[in-house]
Ligand binder design. Sequence first.
Ligand SMILES: NC(=O)c1ccc[n+]([C@@H]2O[C@H](COP(=O)([O-])OP(=O)(O)OC[C@H]3O[C@@H](n4cnc5c(N)ncnc54)[C@H](O)[C@@H]3O)[C@@H](O)[C@H]2O)c1
Length: 292
Amino acid sequence: MAAEMRRVGVIGGGTMGVGIAITAVRAGHEVLLRDIEEGAVEQGVAGVRRFLDRSVDKGKLAAAERDAALGRLRGVVSLEELRGCDVVIEAVPEDLALKQELLAQLDGVLADDALVHTNTSTLSVTAIASGSRRPERVVGTHYCNPAPLMDLVELVRGQVTSAAALAATRAYVEGIGKRVVACADVPGFIVNRFLVPFENDCIRALECGMGTIDSIDRAVKDGLGYPMGTFRLLDIIGLDIHRAVSLSLYDQLRDPRFAPPPLVDRMISAGHLGRKAGRGFYAYDEPGLHGS
Ligand SMILES: NC(=O)c1ccc[n+]([C@@H]2O[C@H](COP(=O)([O-])OP(=O)(O)OC[C@H]3O[C@@H](n4cnc5c(N)ncnc54)[C@H](O)[C@@H]3O)[C@@H](O)[C@H]2O)c1
């Protein structure tokens, strides 16, 4: 249970919004999950419920705790419903203009001292914050996917983020049980700055015949000690998402290691997007994202 129960708004009920909503509701906060239309909101709420049900089935969560957590969750369509939130976390698609516009709308809804967190992977927190009249309250909190299972959150201070907003954000993220690393507002922050070129190196190694999907994955796992092979990980991330993240970072850094190799485009054209499509580098019996 959170030290202090807060009213948390999560905007965007997709992959990350659902995961982030789970982290907040499990920690004892009241959560409003907002998407743009009723169907998307229902899907988001169903995603939270599915995850918590699976946690109960696996014996990781008591049924009563699941019920209490679901009782703290409400799906909403209107942004107005976020009035009174102490913290709002945006997880809408990776589009600068969309995020800036959303922050401008939030100016009219939130109290002056509310925190606004952005879960951007590749955009500048400072640029996103410039959409708000209160950019000093905007902080980057980059959750790793799947958010309920991964320990780390990168804490990103924009150019004008205040020390108070940064400290309050750290307290919130640590309060939901995550480990925080602070990092500068630079393209890819720390994790993607290392991970994305490494993933592309592995794909290029496959393309040039250095090894097979299996041998490269085994080398990464058993030789480098990573928890899973790169191709397994890329299948979870999704090839379309990997391509978009790679291109965004390549555009900003102009470092060829960030450019997605041609195999990525071919796989996307073939519909081999990863686990969600039932086929990526590996084949899967049933499409899905991740367990509880
Ligand atoms: N997927 C990942 O592995 C990952 C990891 C870390 C960070 N991120 C970042 O998280 C953010 C969201 O990514 P995702 O993968 O969850 O995307 P997604 O496409 O799965 O979900 C986005 C959701 O936002 C909704 N949406 C669009 N405009 C909206 C608005 N104005 N108000 C409310 N909802 C709106 C969409 O309907 C959709 O449900 C992006 O910035 C992405 O870069 C993604």
